[in-house]
Design a binder for this molecule. Structure first.
Ligand code: AMP
Length: 115
């Protein structure tokens, strides 16, 4: 699937509401509307990369920035005992919104393997 308009583009442009917890020039973080853990925050790039499989070498710094943003957001959410960062990618990965996003899940013990 190629880059296209998604609900996350509308959140970036403030066309629909979201509970935004962090923003900078490159990234936005907001609470997941259907949380799967006591803390469930999404970190997205403002650049509309549809999925991880579409990222390339030009995106290396941006991808690093998203991970460091996840770390920062998790710290600010008080996840002292740890947390999980997930990127669902394309159909088999269970991706439903085609704008790259990192799930930060925490506040409970995570299970492995995931479903
Ligand atoms: P994925 O299945 O990895 O593509 O994850 C998409 C995530 O976006 C799901 O966890 C949804 O609950 C979440 N989501 C969908 N729409 C919204 C929204 N308007 N605000 C916040 N989170 C959303």
């Amino acid at each position: 699937m190629t880059n296209q308009e998604t609900i996350f583009s509308k959140i970036i442009r403030r066309e629909i509401p979201a509970n935004i917890v962090y923003e900078d020039d490159l990234a936005l973080a907001f609470k997941d509307v259907n949380p799967q853990a006591p803390v469930h925050i999404l970190v997205i790039p403002k650049k509309p990369i549809a999925k991880l499989a579409d990222a390339d070498a030009q995106d290396a710094a941006l991808l690093g920035h998203l991970l460091l943003t996840a770390k920062r957001v998790a710290q600010e959410a008080g996840l002292k005992n740890g947390y999980r960062v997930v990127i669902n990618t394309d159909a088999d990965g269970g991706q439903t919104v085609y704008h790259l996003h990192l799930h930060i899940l925490g506040g409970r013990q995570m299970a492995w393997p995931p479903g």
